[in-house]
Structures are given as structure tokens and as C-alpha cells.
Design a protein around this ligand. Structure first.
Ligand code: PEP
Ligand code: MG
Length: 576
């Protein structure tokens, strides 16, 4: 038995069998082949090239890329269609009698090696083009994702270096017991999706792949972050007992389902859910939240190999709006980029994608994609209480341009006599420090704010939210966060603008009293937390919150912020 410790990012306990998978396709099989096999390998090469070229063509046709971007895509096609590629690979196959993947890998490594040696910007760019094409071609040849999906069952504990979000959405459909990775953080998107899907997950478990064998028995504890490999019978019994207790607690919490969320002294708090996938709806309805406070629509884009069409999106938004009507459904326009990069829009490589073309920036740069989504949301607004929200806004100009696109789409729908909610509410996510600083101005041009604390912490404290290397710097207790959130709330209040919090802070029992104390009465949290938070809020007396907030705003260190929170809880006997 061996016990390892990581970060529990999705609660729950499971006992299952280890399935170790490669999360990167680049372990090239060292296969040798017979001479007779060469023809077949060439046929495979040609089919793979054709497939990747047609994927690129599809991209070019579906999007309005800038001329520069089109040029890049065309140059990628040229790399694939270059007769030298075929000629070289065939030569390597014939001379070395090695498998196709290895031959292709050799060809590209050689070309990349040459470019790397040239001290010239043009060739430096070719290196990244060649790498990208090599990865796509090899990924296709090696059936990388299909392999990840094989041999999984309901008692599988998936073990990877890193969890790709697209994989998670797929495995969730067939069901697994838990997931463990060597790399990851609490607010990375795969962790958020694991929580949403209720899959126990522990990330940052360094070295687990070295000591675990395929099929080993594994216990995963998503509460404590503990992972036990080949546990003793005694440990298994202990954890089985804990699983029973967990079930009992869930049944107790289910008693709160039909009660409105209120503080002890009766202040109503709207407790909404963050969702990522339409599949979550059945579970969401069972826990009866006050609506959807954040629908992260990008997961519709990254869980498939094609962009969702306007009609497909319309059906999904309509279904959710109807199911929850009259409760609000806040649809966030697509927030791709950052750690959510995907291969459908061939973004230029960015060394620092979190600071790159993501969220509203990407939507504004791809108006066709943006319009398809806006029209789908507007059309669905006729069937329920839908609101729109823009992610990653960092300036007034972006908000005004986004609103301009909304107007254009509204005019088009009017012209075609398609009904929609004329008075649809438009909100801004406040998750970039510049947006927080100009929240006074933004408040005059939108209908609501939602504070995205996950990114607001990342950008304010200059700490990559997905890096396990700096988790200790990712510190929501930082006094800067307390002051920034206060500023946003004060600015919103001047214009009577509703403010909600939809980042992970909204489900953190250390911060809920502070947020309520600032006057925030709308929280949006992952579905699995709604009932525990409802229970927690019911223990809080709103009259004693002002004292807490004033005290917190006086603190100049994170340590003291934390201390004050604990002291306050002890003083009023609030258990978590
Ligand atoms: C946030 O940044 O707090 C947020 C809710 O958005 P996401 O986690 O999807 O970036
Ligand atoms: Mg965000």
C-alpha cells in the first residue's frame, strides 16, 4: 500500500481499478515493419494527410478569418501537401523499415532541427508551424483520443499526466469512478468540469504514474486529496464506511431542496448553478436552484470535433430556458482561449494564451461564430428567461462592440420576423482588473455584473490559475481581492446594478459571509455545492456581517484576513 497526496478538486470518494493513459500523443511507437507492409503504410500516410487537409479546409470555410490567419492555414496545408513530405517518409520507410508514425516523426524532427539552427525570425515561426502539423498528423494516425476512451468502465480510476477537458466530457458519458492527474489546479477547467459532473478528482499527484500499475486497486479521496494505491483490506473497509456516510449526508441535504435559500434572519439569497453541459440539467433540476447563474457555453464547442451550428445551439439554449422557466438562465458567450484552447479555430500559437485572444476578444475577432451564438441565444430567449453575459471584458470599447453585434443580430431576426426577447438583459463578467477599475463606467452600459473570481484572482495576483507550481500564490485571501470586490460592488450599487459572484469564491464558506456582508445576494456555484451552501447560509445572521467586512478591509496581510474569518465564525458559533 502506498499513499500519495494531491489536491482534492472534486469531492467524493471512490474505490476502483487504475487505468493509466497518456494525455499526450507523442510517445511514438518504436515499431519495425516488413518490406511488404510499406505500401499499406504509404496508403495510411496519404489518408491521414487528406484527413488533416480536409479538417483545415473545413475551418477555412466555416470562419471569417483575417487574411493573415488564412495565410497561416494555407501554409499548414502546403506543409502537408509538400511532395517532399511524402518522398522523405517513403524513403525512411524503405531504408529503415520502421512504422509510419516513427517515419513521420523523423521527417518532422529533422526539418524542425534545421529550422531551429537558423537564427532567423521567419524560420523560428516555421518551427511552430511544423510542430503543430506534426502533432495533428501523428495524433490522427495514432487514434489518440479513441485510445484514451478504450477499456474504461464505471469502476475505472483514470490516471493521467494532465486531464484534457474534451476527454472528460466524453468519459463522463460512459461513466468512471474517479480521475487523478499529476498536473492541474483547483480552478483549471478540467477540475471545474469534474466537479460539475460529480466525478471525484485529485490533481497534482506527482509521480503517481511511476508507482501505479494498470488495474491496481486505488482509493481516491476527493475531500482530502489522498490517493491510496493497492490499499489494505482494512483501509478498503474504512473507505467503504465513509462512502456510506457520504450517502447518508446527501440524503439529509436533499431535505433542503424545496426550501428557499435564506439567511438565519430571512434575507433571501439567490443561489444559482454554474453549468458546463446540457447533460447536467436533470441533476440541476433535482437540486432546485434559483436558476443558472453561468452557462459556460464553450464546452459545447470543445466536446465535439465541429463547431456547434446556430440551430444546434438554439435547441440547447431553448431546452434549458424552457426547463427552468421562469427562473433565469445566464448564458455566457463562448470563452475559448487560455487553457481552453481547442483545435477548431486555428488560433495562432500564443506563448501566453491566458493573456491572449480569449473570451470576448475571440468572439469580436470571429464575427460569424459570434453571430451564430448570439442569434441562437436571442431566439431561445423567446422561450424563457434568458440573459446574456460577456466574458473577459477589459474595456468599455469591447462592451460597446459586443452590444453592437447584439443589435445587428436583433435587426436580422426582426427582418426575418423571428421572435426574441427585445428587453434581454446584458451582463458583464468582471474578471479582469481593468474591468474592476472601470466598473463605474461599465455599470452605465450593461444590466448586471457577475464577478468571475477565478480569473480575477489570476490576473490581479499575476498567478497562472492552472499551474501547480504557484498554487500558494493563488490566494483568494489576498487583501487586494477584498478591496477589488468591494470596489466593484460599490460602483454597481451607484446604478442599482445587480451583482452576482460566479467564480469558485461563491462556493467557499470562508468567503460567503464576506460576499453577503458586502450586500451581494446572488451566488452561482457548481451544482454539487448548492445544498451544502444553502445549509451554510441558513446559519448566518446577516446583522453581524458588516462587522466582519469592516474588519476584513482593515487587514493588510492574507494571513490576517484568514484569521479574522475564523475568529468571526467562532464568535458566532458558525460551523462549516
Ligand atoms: C471565473 O473566472 O471566475 C469564471 C467563473 O469563469 P471561468 O472559470 O469559466 O473562467
Ligand atoms: Mg473566467
Amino acid at each position: 500500500m502506498q499513499t500519495l497526496k494531491g489536491l482534492g478538486v472534486s469531492q467524493g470518494i471512490a474505490i476502483g481499478k487504475a487505468a493509466l493513459k497518456e494525455s499526450r500523443p507523442m510517445t511514438i511507437p518504436e515499431r519495425r515493419i516488413e518490406k511488404q507492409r510499406i505500401e499499406k503504410e504509404i496508403a495510411r500516410l496519404e489518408a491521414s494527410i487528406e484527413k488533416v487537409v480536409s479538417d483545415i479546409d473545413r475551418l477555412i470555410n466555416e470562419f471569417s478569418f483575417s487574411d493573415v490567419e488564412k495565410e497561416i492555414l494555407h501554409s499548414h496545408k502546403l506543409i502537408l501537401q509538400d511532395p517532399e513530405l511524402r518522398k522523405n517518409v517513403v524513403r525512411i520507410l524503405e531504408e529503415e523499415l520502421i512504422g509510419l508514425e516513427n517515419a513521420v516523426h523523423k521527417h518532422f524532427s529533422y526539418a524542425i532541427g534545421i529550422f531551429e539552427k537558423m537564427d532567423n525570425e521567419y524560420y523560428a515561426e516555421r518551427v511552430s508551424d511544423y510542430r503543430e502539423i506534426a502533432n495533428r498528423l501523428l495524433g490522427h494516425m495514432m487514434g489518440y483520443e479513441e485510445d484514451m476512451m478504450s477499456n474504461l468502465s464505471k469502476d475505472t480510476i483514470l490516471i493521467l499526466e494532465e486531464i484534457p477537458v474534451s476527454l472528460l466530457t466524453k468519459v463522463a458519458k460512459q461513466g468512471i469512478a474517479g480521475i487523478i492527474s499529476e498536473i492541474g489546479s483547483r480552478t483549471s477547467h478540467s477540475s471545474i468540469v469534474a466537479r460539475a459532473l460529480g466525478i471525484p478528482a485529485v490533481v497534482g499527484v506527482e509521480g503517481i504514474r511511476k508507482i501505479t500499475g494498470q488495474g491496481d486497486e486505488v482509493i481516491i479521496d476527493g475531500y482530502s486529496g489522498e490517493v491510496i494505491i493497492t490499499p489494505t483490506d482494512q483501509k478498503i473497509e474504512l473507505y467503504k464506511h465513509m462512502i456510506e456516510q457520504e450517502k447518508h449526508r446527501s440524503l439529509e441535504l436533499m431535505k433542503l431542496v424545496d426550501l428557499p435559500s435564506r439567511t438565519k434572519d430571512g434575507v433571501r439569497v439567490n443561489l444559482r448553478c454554474n453549468i458546463e453541459l446540457p447533460d447536467e440539467l436533470a441533476h440541476v433540476k433535482r437540486i432546485n436552484p434559483d436558476g443558472i447563474g453561468l452557462f459556460r457555453t464553450e464546452f459545447l464547442y470543445i466536446s465535439d470535433n465541429e463547431l456547434p451550428s446556430e440551430d444546434e445551439q438554439f435547441e440547447i439554449y431553448k431546452m434549458i430556458a424552457e426547463e427552468l422557466n421562469p427562473k433565469p438562465v445566464i448564458v455566457r458567450t463562448v470563452d475559448i482561449g487560455g487553457d481552453k484552447l481547442h483545435n477548431l479555430i486555428n488560433l495562432r500559437h500564443e506563448d501566453n494564451p491566458n493573456m491572449g485572444c480569449r473570451g470576448i476578444r475571440l468572439s469580436l475577432r470571429h464575427p460569424e461564430m459570434f453571430h451564430a451564438q448570439i442569434k441562437a441565444i436571442l431566439r431561445a430567449s423567446h422561450y424563457g428567461n434568458i440573459r446574456v453575459m460577456f466574458p473577459m471584458v477589459s474595456s468599455l470599447d469591447e462592451l460597446l462592440r459586443a452590444k453592437q453585434h447584439i443589435n445587428e443580430c436583433m435587426n436580422e431576426l426582426r427582418k426575418n420576423e423571428i421572435p426574441f426577447d427585445d428587453d434581454i438583459k446584458l451582463g458583464v463578467m468582471i474578471e479582469v482588473p481593468s474591468a474592476a477599475m472601470i466598473s463605474d463606467t461599465l455599470a452605465q452600459h450593461c444590466d448586471f455584473f457577475s464577478i468571475g473570481t477565478n480569473d480575477l484572482i489570476q490576473y490581479t495576483l499575476a498567478v497562472d490559475r492552472t499551474s501547480e507550481n504557484v498554487t500558494d500564490y493563488y490566494n483568494p485571501y489576498h487583501p487586494a481581492m477584498m478591496h477589488l470586490i468591494t470596489l466593484i460592488v460599490q460602483n454597481a450599487r451607484k446604478y442599482n446594478l445587480p451583482v452576482s459572484v460566479c467564480g469558485e469564491m461563491a462556493s467557499d464558506r470562508d468567503f460567503i459571509p464576506i460576499l453577503l456582508g458586502l450586500g451581494i445576494t446572488e451566488l452561482s456555484v457548481n451544482p454539487g455545492s448548492v445544498l451544502t451552501i444553502k445549509e451554510f447560509i441558513s446559519k448566518i445572521d446577516s446583522c453581524v456581517l458588516v462587522e466582519l467586512v469592516l474588519d476584513i478591509l482593515d487587514q493588510i496581510t492574507s494571513k490576517n484576513v484568514k484569521k479574522i474569518i475564523v475568529k468571526w465564525r467562532e464568535k458566532y458559533g458558525i460551523k462549516i
